[in-house]
Design a protein around this ligand. Sequence first.
Ligand code: SF4
Ligand code: SF4
Length: 336
Amino acid sequence: MNAEDVKKLAKDLGADLVGIASAKTLNAFPPDPLWPQTPEKILPTCKSVIVVVQHIPVAAFRAKSNIPVQYMDMLVLRRMDRVAYKLADTLEREGHPSFVTAAQETDWNMKNASYGYLSTRHLGIEAGLGTFGLEVNILTPEYGPRLYLTGILTELELEPDAPMTEQVCIGESCSRCLYSCPTDAVRHYGIDKRNCATEAQEFGFATATAFFMKYVFASREENKELIKSRDVFGFWQGLLRVVGSFGDCPRCLAVCPVGNDYHAYLANPQKVIPEKTPEKVDKAKGFRKARKDGDEISGLDDWNIRWVGPEGYKGIVARQMQEFKKAQKAKEEEAK
Ligand code: SF4
Ligand code: SF4
């Protein structure tokens, strides 16, 4: 099987996008060299990582509450796992040992927060599928950040895809993700993970441990109240449907104007960002100035620029929008 065969198989199984990264490159360029997330730490004989993307259908981002997105997320994750599993299984039956990365695993020895053995966002970028947004989600030209992705580690040597060098994110002049963030967690091509987690993992690991610490030291009467709290319902719901454990906050995904799915269905409902404040506007202005002045920005330093797009923003979203409008017009003419 060659790279083309593998990609065709992934698409036939239902993947929206697929790319291939070389294990050698991933080993040489870990996201943080101090705490390397590399395939060789998991499987020293790994030759390639196949990256599969499943997009989140956008209708739920038009809804008034976050709940429809959270539920769709779960369905998308299930579908993605099934596609990746079938791909790995087929490769192994063909004689190439392969398995799906445990994306939600964390190694507490590496960093003082959730930190997987591989970063799926970086896998996607190395596999040529997109580049970082200001909020360090991977942005694909097709679906912006509205997607999930996973990696299949294989011992089969495959022709890797070239990473994109053009920045997909519009950048500081857009800053819509920054404006929308309810916890002001968006940094300059970085993220305050702790702040983000308060919304994105409302009933995640940190909430669970905090709750049980409180429970252990509370009186019998206090425990009776605690057990009826919204937190317990959240944990139960998380066990059933993942909802609340992670990916709980859709705001920076909903407002990002990259992708034809945004142009088609989100441009109107997401035009106004209610969370936008004068302070956030000032923060974006500061980012713009810092980049223009060539200030030191850790998210854009010599190591990290690789994943942001070393050529900078060259108008990919505007080009995409023009093509999209042309296609829409042609469709309307055809329908007349
Ligand atoms: S909202 Fe704008 S600044 Fe944020 S990731 Fe998307 S394109 Fe980049
Ligand atoms: S997921 Fe929500 S809290 Fe986290 S960065 Fe995006 S908008 Fe902010």
